[in-house]
Structure formats: C-alpha cells, structure tokens
Write a protein of this length. Sequence first.
Length: 202
Amino acid sequence: MARPRSVSDEEVFSAVREAVLQLGPQVSLDVVAERIGVTAPALFRRFGSRNEILLQSLRPPERPPFLDLLDKGPDDRPIAKQLIEIFTEFGVFVVATLPCMSALRESGVPFSQIHGSFDEPPPVRILKALSAWLAKAAKRGLLHIADPTATATAMLGSIHMPVFLKHVTKSETPHDPRGFAETLTNLFLEGLAPKAKRKERA
C-alpha cells in the first residue's frame, strides 16, 4: 500500500490560495486536498480547523519584505528612482495580498483573528515605516513635506486604490505596478520637490 504523499506547509498554503482565488472563499477543502494528493481530514489534523488553514494561507506577512528598503532610509540615488522602487514594491504587495484579505473577510473569519496575532497590523507598520522614510528625506532636503504621515497615507492610498477597483469590478486588465509607480512618482514630485527645485521649474 502506497504511503500518503508528504507535502510542506507552503505547498498546502499555496494550494489553498490558488483554490480560494479561483473558486471563492467557501471552496471545499476536499478540492484543495485532492490537488496536493492528501485528504481533507489530514489537513484538519495538521492545522486544527478550517479557519486556521485559511488564516495561515491568506493572511499577509507580519513584516512585508519591502520594509527593509524603508528602514534603510533614503540613500544617495535620485529621489525619483527611490520612490519608484518603493511604490513598485508596495504595489506588488497589494496586488498579492488584497484578494487574499478580501477572501478572508468573505469567508467569515473574524477580523480580530486576522490581525489578532500581530504585534502591530501590517498596514499600520507600513504607514509608520513610510512616514519615517519621508521624514528622513525631508530632513535631508530631498523632499518638501510638512506632514510625513499625511503624505505617506496619500501615497499608500493612491497605490492601493487602482488594485482595489480592479478587484471589486473583477477587471481582467493587468495592473502594472512599475508603470503606475513611475506615474505616481512624477505626480508627487511636482508637489513635494524642495522649494528651490520648484523655483527652477517655474
């Protein structure tokens, strides 16, 4: 008799994400189990409950990888290049996580469980990190910013909105995080450039 195939946690999570995004948050775990060659009872024994499987599969990481980029602070490259890099990385993150978070909410998992295990919810951590980065840039004279937190909120909201609209309208038009980041950077730099730079443009 053949032994059951051994699968890693990440294989399980990947299969759950794929099934949920294809078939909806109420998809049977039997479908997931069949795709990876195990049984649904085996998944329950391993993870304890359907909610726990969904949480571990769909919840965003507590520390998104691009936070390392923000924590390093502005470097010596042109500020436009740095903003494009930040906006692109955040855009890629939103494209990957927004549908998963929506599916979690639609599945009935309580909001307290979605963020309850985090020391600080990822959106709050991201906002604080970008605000700190912008404050450093302003202190170095790279940008003209009166309120880093308000500016960071506007930037993150601007990146989030087209992905959100694409999701709720079920648009199949691909979103280009890099292209949108370049457009958004040009837009923000018109208003955030140091005063001397703005005089040069006048």
